[in-house]
Design a protein around this ligand. Structure first.
Ligand code: F6R
Length: 240
């Protein structure tokens, strides 16, 4: 794994440039996308580059990592809403090629065909990940099998607490989600992970220095052939 250290502005720009280069090299690239606070700067840079004519998303397809169970795509904390609001509504992408797991209705049927659908598009070329303070990637919490495909996950108390900052009250945070599995993520040809802030420091230490174990879901990335970890000084502070 490669590690790149810089402030949020710098690493967000660098990751956006990775996406731009990928799309310019292969205009029908398949992108794996994440929600949360971590990728916001990356998405802002991609919107800017699209408006400047440096990159076009016209032929791109996207697959998101996860979605809360119980939230309609129109709910302002659903991940479909997040993606439209922070990226898709501001770029020239064909929305029918943007895939976000469903959290209501026939969500189980949609979940069961998600990995096959990704494969039918040729697999993910470039995947962006955030990381939870407990070491989760997507909603793969500690103990998730390394060979997991897209599945239903129970969120841990620590994740519910972390994510409650975005809801009116912790009781409103869904306790279950649909998520791509660890194997689904590892199938991506290239992975970039972004982490900033002191509350990610332990997870980043475990990712970079700890043993590869299902107790630390992100540790599976140690065996990915093309994975780069972008961190700020705070997130990197327990590594040196
Ligand atoms: C979101 C996701 C999660 C987040 C993680 C970090 O799609 O898959 O694993 O990346 O919870 O969230 P933030 O970036 O809000 O700290």
């Amino acid at each position: 794994m490669k590690v790149i250290v810089g402030d949020n502005e710098k690493i967000s720009k660098l990751i956006a440039e990775e996406f731009i280069a990928q799309i310019n090299k292969k205009p029908n690239s398949v992108l794996g996308l994440a929600t949360g606070t971590s990728p916001l700067g990356v998405y802002a840079n991609l919107v800017k580059a699209n408006k400047e004519g440096r990159v076009s998303f016209k032929n791109v397809a996207t697959f998101n990592l996860d979605e809360y169970i119980g939230l309609e795509g129109t709910h302002n904390q659903s991940y479909r809403y997040f993606m439209n609001d922070n990226l898709f509504d501001h770029i020239d992408i064909d929305k029918s090629k943007t895939h976000v797991l469903k959290g209501v209705g026939d969500y189980i049927a949609y979940m069961n065909q998600y990995d096959d659908e990704i494969a039918s598009f040729g697999g993910i070329d470039l995947q962006i990940l955030g990381i939870g303070s407990d070491g989760h990637i997507a909603f793969n919490e500690p103990g998730t099998p390394f060979d997991s495909l897209t599945h239903i996950a129970d969120l841990t108390e620590s994740t519910i607490k972390d994510n409650s900052r975005l809801f009116n009250d912790i009781s409103e945070v869904p306790t279950k989600a649909v998520t791509m599995g660890l194997k689904s993520i590892m199938n991506a040809r290239k992975i970039v992970l972004i982490a900033t802030g002191k509350n990610k420091a332990k997870a980043i230490r475990d990712l970079l220095c700890g043993p590869m174990t299902e107790d630390v879901p992100c540790s599976i990335l140690q065996k990915h052939p093309d994975c780069t970890i972008y961190v700020d000084e705070d997130a990197y502070s327990l590594v040196k």
